[in-house]
Design a protein around this ligand. Structure first.
Ligand code: UDP
Length: 243
């Protein structure tokens, strides 16, 4: 079941349900795409129809962030919970390990994906890392060839938004994978190069504030959050008029 948040169909699922759905995607070579937009990205969809079109080509869109959860609630169609992309990906690795599926890590600065792979193996010793590739490559074809040659089932694409979504949609037919997921800075989080907010911030719905303190250059991007709520109220009004 999805709910419509500013024109984007967002999955109304718990984390457990999202993991189970994504795990089922691993069972067929259907080249499914999962994206994990937060409120800033949904605001980008409002402002840029091309980005919205790309995001909406994904098969499964989860609400990454408390802003999206609040947005859905304001629109009268609340979702069960926030499903952070990096948590979903991390939990899914457990399923990949159990099923013997092969994981490829694409993105982040050189060396980061290798460290992320090591951390994954610490938690999931039987996980098969099919390969890694940093996100600063010049040509797509050799990267796609490497991913296919590695017999990848699950591909994490961490090139930032909207580059990763554009990349996945553009190369979907060439990539012989079961599932690809756009996960932004998740490899940095897994590798430990970027720290996740302390639990108390997450519990209070203030993860964004922690990020702002730690990475103040994000200020301009984060200003999209209040703008997103304006868009949500506008969307609500428009929908009411249309009824
Ligand atoms: N990145 C990359 N290739 C690029 C641009 C960015 O691999 O050409 C990586 C960058 O190193 C970082 C991630 O993409 O690991 C983007 O992280 P960010 O936290 O900005 O993600 P977002 O907020 O866009 O989801």
């Amino acid at each position: 079941m999805t709910v419509d948040v500013v024109g984007v169909p967002i999955q109304n699922v718990t984390m457990e349900e999202a993991v189970s759905d994504c795990s089922a995607f691993l069972d067929s070579k259907d080249r499914r795409i999962v994206v994990t937009p937060n409120a800033e990205i949904l605001q980008l969809c409002v402002e840029d129809a091309a980005v919205k079109d790309i995001i909406c080509q994904a098969d499964y869109i989860v609400p990454d962030g408390i802003g999206v959860v609040h947005g859905a609630k304001i629109l009268g169609t609340p979702v069960k919970q926030k499903v952070a992309g990096c948590d979903l990906a991390w939990n899914l690795l457990g399923e990949a390990e159990k099923k013997g599926k092969r994981v490829f890590l694409l993105g982040a600065k050189p060396g980061v994906a290798d460290t992320a792979a090591q951390k994954m193996k610490e938690q999931y010793p039987d996980l098969i890392i099919a390969g890694v590739q940093d996100g600063y490559f010049k040509q797509d074809a050799p990267v796609i060839e490497t991913i296919n040659a590695a017999q990848t089932d699950l591909l994490f694409v961490c090139l930032g938004v909207p580059k990763q979504e554009q990349w996945m949609v553009a190369h979907r037919q060439e990539l012989n994978v079961s599932l690809m997921m756009g996960l932004g800075g998740s490899l940095d989080v897994f590798a430990g190069t970027v720290k996740r907010a302390p639990k108390i911030f997450i519990k209070l719905g203030l993860e964004w504030l922690y990020r702002l303190i730690k990475e103040p250059w994000r200020f301009k991007r984060m200003m999209k959050l209040p703008v997103f709520f304006v868009s949500v109220f506008k969307y609500k009004k428009q929908r009411r008029k249309a009824k």
